[in-house]
Design a protein around this ligand. Structure first.
Ligand code: F3S
Length: 271
């Protein structure tokens, strides 16, 4: 199979990565031959070896590429998203990975790494890269006062990795949880990462929240993330519960809702 005219090396690499993801997901690492991947990508075996040294390299490269695409999509949807918002968004995807080729790839790679040192080596590098990326993200959030600076970025990165990798194994057919329940739990976890309240946050005056009816477009993140403070009206727009007064201890939920509203429709103020 010769080179396809008009197809660049980058195109060929991308085709190989997508073909590898499909074939590994379908046949497993051990059941996949290099020739199967080359055929799925529509390239020759020689072209494949020009881009990847081995089947193991291709497996880990496919995993890496999928992760990059997912993050690019998350950033593209809202480039101004805060770090905690990004973590919540990714966290909300995790239980719904049943149709996600990355889940199969990840399981295949983890199992193969247990048996095959050729896979274990690049997998160690891959996991270390993910951990470093997450730890750097945590440091950015700490510098921006979103996450308590006393928390260990490495420990938090490790926690996120355990969740992400575990989500590849515990699938919705094994155990489902309602999206709202999961979102409410994540909001508590993220709120617990926030810096300890400073002197100005411990005043006796309670915080109040309000939603601008002009700006609210009904995205629903407020009542998903802070169901004790916000509700939806008959048309799905957000409303504050009661007079908007935030009960003591729920200020972080209010801030989470403020940070997550894409329309910036929620304001907080001291009553
Ligand atoms: Fe409206 Fe923002 Fe909530 S658009 S429904 S206030 S998340």
């Amino acid at each position: 199979m010769g080179r396809i005219s008009g197809v660049t090396a980058a195109d060929t690499r991308e085709r190989l990565l997508r073909g590898a993801a499909e074939v590994f997901a379908e046949r497993g690492y051990d059941g996949t031959r290099v020739a199967d991947i080359a055929a799925a990508a529509g390239v020759s075996n020689g072209a494949m070896y020009a881009h990847f040294a081995s089947k193991a390299d291709l497996l880990v490269a496919a995993l890496r590429a999928h992760g990059r695409r997912m993050l690019a999509d998350a950033f593209a949807a809202d480039p101004d998203r805060s770090v905690t918002d990004l973590l919540v968004l990714i966290g909300r995807w995790l239980p719904r990975r049943d149709d996600d080729a990355n889940r199969y790839l990840l399981v295949e790679a983890l199992v193969a790494a247990r048996r095959d040192e050729d896979v274990a080596r690049p997998m160690r590098d891959y996991v270390a890269e993910r951990a470093d990326w997450l730890a750097d993200l945590v440091r950015v959030a700490q510098a921006g006062d979103e996450i308590d600076a006393d928390l260990s970025p490495n420990a938090l990165a490790h926690f996120c990795l355990l969740l992400a990798m575990g989500s590849a194994l515990i699938t919705p057919d094994l155990h489902t949880v309602a999206d709202q329940e999961w979102a409410a739990l994540l909001s508590r976890v993220v709120a617990g990462l926030a810096p300890a309240a400073g002197p100005e946050q411990t005043r006796s005056e309670p915080m109040k929240v309000q939603i601008s009816s002009e700006r609210c477009q009904g995205h629903g993140r407020c009542y998903d993330l802070a169901p004790d403070l916000f509700a939806e009206d008959d048309e799905g727009y957000g409303t504050v519960i009661g007079d908007g007064r935030v009960p003591p201890g729920q200020e972080d939920q209010a801030r989470l809702a403020v940070a997550n509203c894409p329309e910036r429709a929620i304001d907080t103020s001291e009553a």
